[in-house]
Design a protein around this ligand. Structure first.
Ligand code: HEC
Length: 125
């Protein structure tokens, strides 16, 4: 009787293995934490950038770039897709470009410059 139970368990186990083999293999890897300098600024769409843009390189590549507008970042994302084969669909690409042009866009650079050089009463009528 014990043998029978064992046999049934073995067969069930084998069936499970075969079943699992028929499923598409989903593999995932855990990346080590990136260096603190490379952390993306918070903002709308940042999670899409984290999902789409770290498979091949660190976000260092993004945060160390000179600032740019949507046109410049758009060209960058397009290059990632067409030259390097980044698996980013059109909807995601839009979100990524929006995020980059906001978080790493020229507007913020200008803003901080204006703030530091703003003189009270400098406006002439
Ligand atoms: C399929 C792989 C891959 C993915 C995914 C990827 N990149 Fe890249 N990226 C590269 C390669 C390759 C380089 C060039 C590396 C080098 O020259 O040393 C690069 C370089 C860069 C650079 C540096 C400037 C340049 O043009 O070389 C930036 C900025 C960049 N990637 C942004 C992004 C963004 C934003 C995303 C997400 C939309 C992304 N990457 C996704 C492969 C990828």
């Amino acid at each position: 009787m014990k043998r029978m139970v064992l046999l049934i368990l073995l067969i069930a186990g084998a069936a499970l293995l075969v079943g699992a083999g028929a499923l598409p293999q989903v593999r995932s890897i855990e990346l080590p934490p990136d260096n603190p300098m490379s952390q993306l600024k918070p903002g709308p769409g940042v999670e899409v950038v984290r999902a789409d843009c770290v498979a091949c390189h660190s976000t260092d590549y993004i945060v160390r770039q000179p600032r740019g507008d949507a046109k410049r970042w758009g060209a960058e994302v397009k290059k990632m897709i067409s030259v390097y084969g980044a698996p980013v669909d059109e909807a995601d690409a839009k979100v990524v470009v929006n995020y980059l042009a906001t978080a790493y866009g020229p507007a913020e650079a200008k803003e901080t410059k204006e703030k530091s050089s703003a003189k009270p009463g400098a406006k002439t009528p």
